[in-house]
Design a protein around this ligand. Structure first.
Ligand SMILES: *Cc1c(COP(=O)(O)O)cnc(C)c1O
Length: 437
């Protein structure tokens, strides 16, 4: 649900529709807090990315960065759309496997992959391991020597670019925990090692400069730095890098005053830059891969909460408290993320009060949104926090021993539960009693 809600997203009872389903019905059927996805919006986002590359007639691959939202049903949806997936842990890999996602379309990321995770990846023949550091090269050499099975790898490098975004979601700068630094020669050293390793098959280089990026400069600069490497390695190692993977980070609109660029603007800038460098140096254009996460699921998700208590501090602030919060969406508390909201059962009522939406967790920082213009609310009303599809449920926790919410997929007026709500029994499922002494 984008922040621009259209008339067609509201039914004649004044209720918000999600994927054609009445949000009040969703709340009644599945309870709150509930995360609801408009599935056709996810499909459209994926198809949109594909079309941009198809139109440019460039060899490409789109790999959904599944950490944005990773569940069995989501991997199955991605499988239906025939694109690749990135995973960043054994847990995500396992979820993809359980979903029947083709393992040869998986890229495995991480700055500290364990031996067990790498073994799992090799055993299930993941398409590509994005190698992050020298320790990982050693581990992979060990494991592949033992199994005598080759594995496709890409080297993740840090191009030394500061994307203009929150520092916790900035990843391309030199001082980063991720990847081989180019400037100090680490990337060069890593490539030399990989080329000498009998079972490591280098298929490309990778960088990811950050998240929620709003300008093309960082991507163009990244494309240049990567093409510099491609040219250098052709010269130094007589190696033609087949794939340049430029990661994800395409920004989406969370608030009315944000103006993100359309994906085609980013992608076209990348393609143009790489094409021009390739032409100038008379080399073939490498295949271009991207890894969008947020921009595939972010605006498709809506969090539904039931209003409970109110606190009005005259002249200071109106608080409206809902039945969820940082346990189902930690982004506002973690990096001051902003959202827009609506009262889903009062879509046609005038928005004439200003309120801040508080969660129910025992932290003052547990706020979901500040200074929202909404219709007056009573206990029982339904607040929809918009565009919560990325990094909401995937970062959910059981803080305060609150059960994690349910997730539902909505498409063409039908809903389907895809993650059950945790029960109180689930909350203590892993706990063991103290030994009697
Ligand atoms: C998180 C991540 C992405 C996706 O980032 P978004 O901002 O969600 O598009 C892509 N690639 C890598 C390596 C990542 O860590």
């Amino acid at each position: 649900m984008s922040t621009q809600i259209e008339a067609t997203d509201i039914n004649n009872q004044g209720h918000l529709l999600i994927g054609g389903v009445d949000s009040v019905t969703l709340a009644n059927d599945y309870g709150t807090p509930l995360i609801a996805y408009d599935v056709s919006e996810i499909r459209q986002q994926i198809q949109h990315f594909k079309k941009i590359f198809d139109r440019a007639k460039v060899k490409h691959q789109i790999s959904y960065a599944s950490k944005a939202f990773a569940t069995v049903a989501m991997y199955q949806l991605v499988k239906q759309e025939h694109i690749h997936c990135d995973v960043v842990s054994g847990g995500e890999m396992y979820t993809a496997l359980k979903a029947g996602f083709p393992m040869d379309k998986i890229s495995f990321h991480g700055n500290n992959k364990s031996r067990a995770e790498l073994e799992f990846a090799l055993e299930h023949k993941v398409g590509c391991i994005i190698v992050d550091n020298f320790h990982e090269i050693d581990l992979l050499q060990d494991l592949t020597r033992a199994s005598q099975q080759p594995v496709n790898i890409m080297l993740r490098v840090t191009p030394g670019i500061s994307a203009h975004t929150h520092e916790y979601v900035m990843t391309g700068q030199e001082d980063s925990k991720f990847g081989f630094d180019i400037k100090s020669g680490q990337a060069q050293e890593a490539m030399k090692k990989v080329l000498a390793a009998p079972f490591l098959n280098p298929i490309g280089i990778h960088c990811h400069i950050g998240s929620q990026i709003f300008s093309i400069d960082g991507f163009v600069l990244a494309a240049q730095k990567m093409m510099d490497l491609v040219l250098k390695w052709k010269k130094d190692f007589a190696f033609d890098v087949p794939i340049v993977n430029l990661g994800g980070g395409f920004g989406i609109q969370y608030t009315d005053d944000e103006r993100p660029l359309q994906p085609e603007v980013f992608i076209q800038a990348i393609i143009d830059e790489m094409k021009s460098i390739a032409a100038k140096n008379e080399i073939d254009l490498p295949e271009i891969w991207i890894e969008p996460g947020r921009s595939i699921v972010g605006t498709a998700g809506v969090s539904l909460y039931t209003v409970g208590s109110h606190k009005n501090i005259p002249g200071v602030r109106n608080y409206v408290a809902v039945d969820g919060g940082m346990g189902d969406n930690i982004r506002p508390a973690l990096y001051q993320a902003k959202y827009e909201s609506v009262v889903a059962n009062k879509m046609n009522e005038p928005a004439n009060v200003t309120v801040s939406i508080a969660g129910k967790y025992c932290e003052s920082g547990d706020m979901l949104a500040w200074n929202q213009k909404l219709p007056a609310t009573q206990p029982g009303d339904l607040i929809a926090l918009l565009d919560t599809g990325a990094y909401g449920y995937s970062m959910a926790s059981n803080y305060n021993r609150n059960p994690r919410p349910a997730v539902v997929f909505c498409e063409n007026g039908k809903s389907q539960l895809v993650v059950k709500r945790e029960s109180l029994a689930d909350i203590t499922a892993l706990d063991l009693s103290l030994n009697e002494s």
